[in-house]
Design a protein around this ligand. Structure first.
Ligand SMILES: [Zn+2]
Length: 279
């Protein structure tokens, strides 16, 4: 066997092995029994996550946003929680069925959603790092960041974003707050008692679905607004998106700087927990 043939064969064997590993990593999502541990350490993703954070700092963000560059990723865990996954998947199936029946896939909101350049960075990096996750673009499924404390990260791994963890009184109403911008996620992890030295990001699979792009704040709102379907019926939007540039307070002329997404509890699944230290 020539050296070229031997190399080719080795490559094929390693490809097959990687394929097996990837399938086994995701197989729990189709099982109904619980795993003993909902967290699984993935040291091979640490370097990739580190590179990703720098890429998720928007150009031109200075001051506190630059603290993103002083963050060192120390651990990455995959979250394998069958109960939480099943609830998320039920919600995803429901949005998917509705999208199919209404033919809303090419809505103007879709192109506005995809206009955020960092929306694709998380997915691309995870694929490079060997992730086999498949995202359903047909119902606008995306990966986003959620910054939080150690205590909340553990609770999210165990129970998802359900209940007390959803922000009750945020600027854009009630829901789980997510972002593509590492600096914004970092600002949410600034919580005592450990904030001086460490923090957590939750890399979250989320369903903005048919989003409402707000042009003002929505403080005190418990759900997204209604929209009118072509047949005249009313239906709630699936999420709220606050894009950079909107003026959320006319009184103080305060402008939104980061991309923020607000979804309901079961429209978010915590794929990875990322522990970081501040240098
Ligand atoms: Zn920023």
């Amino acid at each position: 066997m020539s050296s070229t043939e031997r190399l080719k064969r080795q490559q094929m064997e390693s490809d097959a092995l990687i394929g097996q590993l990837l399938r086994s990593r995701e197989v729990w999502k189709n099982e109904l029994q619980k795993l003993d541990e909902v967290k699984c350490s993935l040291p091979n993703l640490v370097a990739g996550m580190q590179a990703l954070l720098a890429g998720l700092l928007p150009t031109g963000h200075t001051g506190k946003c630059q603290e993103t560059l002083k963050v060192k990723v120390v651990e990455v865990y995959s979250v394998c929680n069958v109960d939480v996954w099943q609830k998320y998947k039920t919600r995803r199936d429901s949005i998917k069925r509705r999208f199919c029946s209404q033919s809303v896939i090419k809505s103007p909101e879709d192109s506005r959603l995809r206009a955020n350049p960092r929306l694709h960075s998380l997915e691309a990096l995870l694929q490079q790092a060997g992730s086999s996750h498949i995202f359903q673009e047909s119902c606008n499924e995306v990966l986003l960041l959620h910054g939080t404390s150690a205590e909340s990260a553990q609770a999210i791994a165990l129970h998802g974003f359900h209940g007390r963890l959803a922000k009750q009184s945020g600027l854009y109403g009630k829901g789980v707050y997510l972002t593509t911008d590492a600096c914004k996620a970092l600002s949410y992890s600034n919580r005592p008692p450990e904030c001086a030295t460490a923090g957590w990001f939750v890399v979250t699979r989320a369903l903005p679905g048919y989003p409402h792009f707000t042009d003002t704040h929505r403080q005190g709102q418990k759900r997204p607004p209604f929209r009118t379907l072509p047949n005249g019926q009313q239906e709630l939007y699936d999420s709220i998106v606050a894009a950079p540039g909107i003026i959320y307070s006319k009184a103080a002329v305060a402008r939104q700087v980061h991309w923020e997404y607000v979804v309901s509890d079961w429209q978010a699944y915590p794929e990875y927990l990322v522990k970081f230290q501040r240098l």
